[in-house]
Design a protein around this ligand. Sequence first.
Ligand code: GLC
Length: 736
Amino acid sequence: MSLPPARRRPATALALCVAALALTVPAAAAPEPVAASATAALPYQDASLPVPDRVTDLLSRMTLDDKLGQMTQIEKDSLVPQSDLAAYRIGSVLSGGDSTVSPNNAQTWADTYDSLQRTALTTPLGIPVIYGIDAVHGHNAVRGATLFPHDIGLGATRDPALVQRVGRAVAEEVSGTGIDWDFAPCLCVARDDRWGRTYESYGETPELPTAMTTFITGLQGETLGAGPASVLATAKHYVGDGGTAGGVDQGDTRVSEAELRAVHLPPFKEAVRRGVGAVMLSYSSWNGVRSHANRYLVTDVLKGELGFTGFVVSDWAAVDQLDGQSGFTGTEITTAVNAGVDMVMVPHDYKKFLTLLRGEVTAGRITQSRIDDANRRVLTKKFQLGLFERPLTDRSYTSTVGSAAHRELARQAVRESQVLLKNDGGILPLARSARLFVAGKSADDIGNQSGGWTVGWQGRSGPVTDGTTVLQGIRAAVTDPSRVTYDRYGNGIDSGYSAAVAVVGETPYAEGRGDRPNGLGLDQEDLQTLARLKASGVPVVVILVSGRPLDIAGELPGWKALLAAWLPGTEGAGVSDVLFGTRAPTGKLPVSWPKSAAQEPVNDGDGKDPLFPYGYGLTYAGTDPTPTPTPTPTPAPTPGACTARFRTASAWQGGYQAEITVENTGSAPLTGWSVDWDLAGSTVSSLWNGSLTTAQGHATVRNAAFNGSLIPGATTTFGFTANGSAGTPVPHCAGS
Ligand code: GLC
């Protein structure tokens, strides 16, 4: 069986262990280090052994401090000094919503990840760290990443296969920065649109989030770690976060167990069936009991009844909330861990956390078996992800961040997510020759169209990242851009325009800051802009950029058309594709649209009479309302691109022979190329068909004079013999 394409660069973990000997472990004596002279891998380091056996062997070598560290997740920016990652044996790092790197680009994120991982590998047992982040609509922490529609828009597509492809694209971009764990998908069932996280839900019925668990398969692959760029998925927030009274974020879901099981549990059941690796608990309560303290829901139902074998992670500082006081205590930690939390997102004071946790175990209030069960769950995912063999970033995916192919996929998702709610007189699709007036605060604002969790926790208006605004999409779609006038406030409109397009709605928010207990109406700026447009007598087409249905019943009669665009992300041209009929609208409402906020909660089948019902959506006259997914366009080839494929031709005790095939994947001939890879401690003894340089354990081979020029699609191969073992290198190719 040939090894799957490596996901990450191998690291000389054993060699790194030697460096750890000088470190002192603050809480206990350093365990017996792995003998530096050991050449044969220990059982837990032997990838040919079954994962359960590797876990058992590793557990047997771990001290209590090692085990407590594996249950600890820390915010990257709280790790001061970084060496504490090793000193305290911390097993996981995260980047919360506002955690970033500078400069904020994929390369810097990958370098940051690798630096943290190399620190983690200096511990005596060399257990790699697992790094989590909220890539909830693309790799949204990274400036320049592709941002897809938020979940409410993906729910409107009714296209689980598309959502799986989105998950795959997100996995590639996340992998390209080294990060191996995504706190997504949110499988919340949003029952009250006043909730600030409604846009993080695929819809108000259990069917939609259940169907869209395909995102998990996109992220992880069919089997976690079996293929390239496999990223651990997280079903969140368990359970019932979308059903709180009044839509209050982190509030209380007051429903019978029968309703909890019928409405909020099914998406998690499907996620477990799909092999989701992690489950994040909800801040919210069920009938007054915090999810983080609910042993019945977490251990008996999730782990017992549903058979979840991954690990349960707390939400950010959620343990602190259990006693109603600020900060966390040993008792709160014990309550959460004994309820079934396997890893605590502390996320800051790791020294206090580890001291308290150790005290609770020493006192017998948390049993050793609970500690071992939590470790077994966490370590199993680390082994399955391949972190022990390939702990560092696979840089071949770094270039996928914000790639043309991913942006095209995002544009398709935007197209399919548009829901047409009104189209009087068939004013849509607009003619490309029309003389248009475009207005509204969200017409030319990438931040507004991306919403929360966008290069920052709350997101913000303005040019926060690279992409195409709705206005830019409109200008690119018309035959003569000079016939498109834009004024944010509608000033200057006159009766000479064919139509006015008003792009209005919400500005970015996240979590509780988005709760709207006092109404869901448009803001004053939008209302004034719309009034200005209407007064001109020009037909008004409204595009609503929002994370949920808004209270627009009063204004709707004055509009000729209404298109719900949700929060489309960076590819605003997907909206204009529908506006001008490149693709007819096929989206269906994922949530009922209330006549007014006073109707909330309003949901399918509750007997209420919404403005537009769940599942509603128009299309253009004469078009097939059943969506025919747009064929995936082949990504435009790029000049100077090349790939390198490594193959071990033969191996023997102490050495091996290998060859690397270079392929020109670009659109122009390559006049030269270079390939670099990690030698994993081996040393090249002879090489042919290229010129070799080595530095810091890496090899770089450039083309020999006679084999430089490669036409698109052509390949050439160089070979070498080496002492040592090959590992599973992922060579990186650069063309010129
Ligand atoms: C936040 C959110 C959760 C997120 C976590 C880490 O508070 O509730 O969805 O994954 O913290 O950022």
